[in-house]
Design a protein around this ligand. Structure first.
Ligand code: ATP
Ligand code: MG
Ligand code: MG
Length: 281
């Protein structure tokens, strides 16, 4: 704790608050997320520590970097030190687009999508054991100073949520919950893909594909599985990808590899790799 200087509050989520900090050794600006473990049992606490240790090993340009964790035994708190994402998160971008009635251009949408898929690929195809995100939503897609996408808030929901992913979510409705989570409380990487489908839909249409004013009604809609087509100004290809990810049957949804191979994604990926090579010579 004494290695950091607090700059100020950023915001509060369901597990605690996020604070902007400065690392004293080199002045680097970071954030920490404060998690109260006062009500957790020893097993849950150990899980949090284990989970954060895994996250520290995830090094990818499209994933929020974890730097450190500090345990304050007296206050019963864990502080997770991570990269500061200057431009906030996608929930703000979506809200602004909606307010100003200014939808995102399709090219930018594919670029954002490609970066999220790259991040998810890193987790789902990890050699040392796959990591599921479990909480894909606009608020967990961050933007750095160059408007590059960084996936954040990994895995913690499993640890925190123990029996149910959404047990601790008091900030809002589980719009991105997959049908298999409703029916059999089952979560695998295809449930991440479902959430990714909901996320892409919301970036495009500026509202989630399934909406309701209460949870039972929402669950009914999700189980029925029908949603409005995205606005006609967008391509059929985009609509097709969303529908593919939103298949009710998990095995029919694409995996991260198939998503990377989509023409609109692989094209941009090749361009990105080329730019990186050119920048390095
Ligand atoms: P949940 O706890 O369910 O994930 P949430 O995602 O809205 O909800 P937090 O992740 O706790 O909440 O984030 C709280 C606020 O802090 C949000 O406004 C978020 O944009 C901001 N924030 C979180 N992490 C970072 C970060 N690494 N860089 C910059 N801002 C961040
Ligand atoms: Mg979050
Ligand atoms: Mg979160």
């Amino acid at each position: 704790m004494e290695n950091y200087e607090v700059i100020g509050d950023i915001g509060t989520g369901s597990f605690g608050s996020v604070t902007k900090i400065r690392r004293k050794t080199d002045g680097k600006i970071l954030v920490w997320k404060e998690i109260d473990y006062g009500e957790m049992n020893d097993k849950e606490k150990q899980q949090v520590v284990t989970e954060v240790n895994i996250l520290r090993e995830l090094h990818h340009p499209s994933i929020v970097r974890y730097y450190d964790r500090i345990i304050d035994k007296r206050a019963a708190k864990i502080f997770i030190v991570m990269e500061f994402c200057e431009n906030g998160d996608m929930s703000h971008v979506i809200r602004r687009c909606k307010r100003e009635n200014d939808p995102m251009p399709e090219d930018l949408i594919w670029k954002i999508f490609m970066q999220i898929v790259l991040a998810l690929y890193e987790c789902h195809k990890r050699k040392e054991g796959k990591i599921l995100h479990r909480d894909l939503k606009p608020a967990n897609i961050f933007l750095d100073a160059n408007m590059n996408v960084k996936l954040g808030d990994f895995g913690l929901s499993r640890v925190m949520g123990s029996e149910s992913v959404y047990a601790h979510t008091h900030v809002g409705t589980p719009y991105y919950m997959s049908p298999e989570q409703i029916v059999e409380s089952h979560y695998n990487e295809k449930s991440d893909i479902w959430s990714l489908g909901c996320l892409l839909y919301e970036i495009v249409a500026l509202s989630p594909p399934f909406e309701a004013t209460n949870k039972p009604q929402l669950e009914t809609k999700i189980r029925q599985g029908s949603f409005q087509r995205i606005p006609r100004t967008y391509s059929d290809e985009l609509q097709r990808v969303i529908s593919w990810m939103l298949c009710s049957e998990p095995s029919q949804r694409p995996d991260v590899e198939e998503l990377l191979n989509l023409p609109q994604v692989s094209l941009r990926l090749r361009e990105k790799r080329l730019r990186e090579i050119q920048a390095s010579i």
